[in-house]
Structures are given as C-alpha cells and as structure tokens.
Design a protein around this ligand. Structure first.
Ligand code: ATP
Ligand code: MG
Length: 172
C-alpha cells in the first residue's frame, strides 16, 4: 500500500508545482508501471533512444502518457501491440505512441482533440483525455499529431522542446 501511494505521488507530482528536469524515458516507464494491470494481454515494445533532460511539469506530461496508453488499451482489447519510440532531435525530443488496433475513420480522426468527443459507451469515456493532453503539450511549447486509418492502428507523435516557453514558468 505504501509503495502504491509513493508511486502515485511520484507519478502525478501533486506536491511539486515547479518545473523539473526529467528523463522522459523514465517518466514513460513510471506510467507503464502504474497501468500494468490495464495492459492485460497486450505486448509493449519500448524502443527508447537516449534523451537529453527536458524541463517540464512532469506530472502533467505523465497524464498525457497515461491517456495515450489507456486509449491504446481500450482500442486493443488485450490483443495487440503498443510500441513506444523516443528519440532526440536538434530542437527537442520526439515521443511516438503506436498501436496496431482498429484505428479510426476520418470522421472520428478529425474530432478526437475536441473536448467531450468520445466514441466510448456512456460512463466509460468522458472524451476529455485527448483535448486535455493536447493542451498540456501545447503549453509546454510542443505539438501532438495523430495518424490513423481503419484497420491500420493509430500513431500519436509528440514533439517537445528541451525548454518550455517562458509563459509556462510558475504555472500549474
Ligand atoms: N489509439 C486509439 N485507437 C483508436 N481510437 C482512438 C485511439 N485513441 C483515441 N481514440 C478515439 O478518440 C476518442 C477520444 O479520445 P479521448 O482520450 O479524448 O477520450 P476517451 O478516451 O473517449 O475518454 P476519456 O479519455 O475522457 O476517458 C476515443 O473515444 C476514440 O474514439
Ligand atoms: Mg482517453
């Protein structure tokens, strides 16, 4: 019990309102450890590159990773593969979350970042996950892109600068 509470606290960083320098590979691992029970039969492949530290609100970025991984689990229903790739670029880092689930038709794809847009049953999804995630990445000075088509799985690509824009300083 003590360990779970400790893990959760490190994950959400509720006690830290300051920007921190973190290794995002470690943060993704933290998130994966927390949702381990939800992964069920899905395989997770980690294809991590060496990343420079990123200054960010780590708890917020972990919420983004959590939502992407939960969405992949919902789509895969225990029968697929989640691949996470990370790499450094001259301007920052690139994080790719990919699944080989059912993917999305264009009319869904074009709306997934809208608040309250969900295709899940009433009471299962609020449709807020991706709109909140998009906002968090944007406030860190980054971008989130999606590629998907029916039967082709889904790929979410996040680009983040090593330093957030000055406006983020002191904000939670
Ligand atoms: N990996 C994925 N594969 C297929 N469809 C996806 C995937 N990720 C997101 N979606 C689609 O995008 C919609 C919006 O996702 P979002 O995370 O914003 O909300 P949600 O998961 O439905 O609800 P919440 O995250 O609030 O619990 C989902 O309902 C689903 O239709
Ligand atoms: Mg979601």
């Amino acid at each position: 019990m003590k360990r779970i509470v400790q893990d959760l606290r490190t994950f959400s960083r509720t006690d830290q309102a300051e920007l921190q320098q973190v290794s995002l590979n470690d943060e993704i691992d933290r998130t994966l450890a927390l949702i381990e029970p939800r992964l069920k039969g899905n395989e997770v492949i980690r294809d991590y590159g060496e990343l420079p530290p990123v200054r960010c609100f780590a708890g917020q970025l972990n919420q983004v990773f959590l939502n992407l991984l939960m969405n992949a689990c919902d789509a895969l229903e225990g029968r697929g593969t989640i691949r996470i790739r990370t790499r450094a670029e001259p301007q920052g880092v690139v994080l790719v979350f990919e699944d080989d689930g059912p993917g999305m038709p264009p009319e869904v794809l074009s709306r997934i970042f809208e608040p309250f847009f969900t295709t899940k049953a009433v009471g299962k999804g609020t449709g807020l996950g991706l709109s909140i995630s998009h906002g968090i990445v944007a406030r860190h000075g980054g971008q989130m892109q999606v590629e998907s088509s029916p039967g082709e799985g889904a790929r979410f690509t996040i680009r983040l600068p090593l330093e957030p824009p000055p406006a983020l300083e002191g904000r939670t």
